[in-house]
Write a protein that binds this ligand. Sequence first.
Ligand code: SF4
Length: 291
Amino acid sequence: MVIEVDRNSGFCFGVRNAVEIAEKALLSGEKIYSLGSIVHNDMEVKRLLSLGLVTIDHSQFRKLRDCKVLIRAHGEPPETYKTAKENNITIIEATCPIVKKLQSRIRDKWSKLKDENGQVVIFGKPGHAEVIGLMGQTANEAILISGPDDIAKIDPERPVELYSQTTMELEDYKKVRELIYNKIKEKGKLDPDKDFVAHSTVCGQVSNREPHLRKFAAGHEIIIFVSGKESSNGKMLYSVCKSVNPETYFVSSPEEIDSSWFIGKNTVGICGATSTPKWLLDKIKDYISNI
Ligand code: SF4
């Protein structure tokens, strides 16, 4: 049986960067807190916990004093940095550089648009950590839309600048962009080619994976998709694989693998989400080889 691990699967650049920053900081032997899970993968969170990285939530964060806290790849709103300063907390900055740049672009645009009666619109998932960080750049004044139904929140008689959470699906972003354009055009007060600016900020690290995974899933008789159950990117990429290859199985650890899946099969593909560590994909490969 041929078993292939997808070379493009594994951490995206931002998550790899955050984990490397955490590992380096943990070398000092000091306890470090991570504000939220550093990655949506329990196995990796457990591995880092054994090195001293303790995951906390925001209510625990507010009670901390005189310690070190890591900000994960999703980023945080300005409020978090303010609290850290007040409580003598040293921030270990591991926000993905792409998200950091997006935060500063949104902040600059929002300050500028306030004088021009414009609107900053963010296409993202309500409650998602990255979205909370992006909204925070605008004192939560930006308009958050998560789908076509929310377009009604936008005033078509005022200029609009549209941004997207980095992990949204590109096709959904394009749909929303078209709807806003048409709404402004239909109203007829503004010129959508001038007064509507759409910034395509979906991250290529995510959007490029989908077409690649389609090919990968079609090229094997059976697909083992490895991801944490909490990962929204994992759920989305799993359904992409499943739609191409019905013999796709979702697992989070080797123990979830059923040996009967491989009976009569000659080729197995192993792939995962942007939050799946490479070492876990290799471990799954070893496990299947032993079967
Ligand atoms: S998906 Fe892109 S923007 Fe988000 S953390 Fe990964 S590299 Fe950064």
